[in-house]
Design a protein. Sequence first.
Length: 151
Amino acid sequence: MPKDRKERLAIPLILVAVAFLIHGCATLHIGAEKEVKRMLVTAYSDDQKSTGWKHMWGIFFLPPVYAYGPNEGKRKQVGITADGSKAKKGTIAADIKKYPYGTKMYVPGYGWGEVHDIGTTIKGEHIDIFFTDIDNAMAWGNKYLDVIILR
């Protein structure tokens, strides 16, 4: 390849790399207040046991309803979080009095996530991270980890 052609290709590649780095840094929330907290990190999925739902009257073709709690018997949208978004990898359930919806967290071994959900037993320095299947959630177990919180 002629030298001037290599140089012409190198400049756009360098510009793309610089743009990628700048964009990548921007997604890390430059200027956000960062704190590290030791937290109990548990896991959940959208299965019946994790999210407390059952089929109305136990009949599989009837709609899902809350199995217990203040909404017991009321219709439940499976896979929809407390703030109305769809649960996916990165969804975190937390005590919203301490960590409001939208709080970003880095969980070692899981990655970045954002608070979109709540749980009846999720209080204080305890978070629940979402997995797409119950097997991965069960394999996670209960861990005490140093979680990075961006506010």
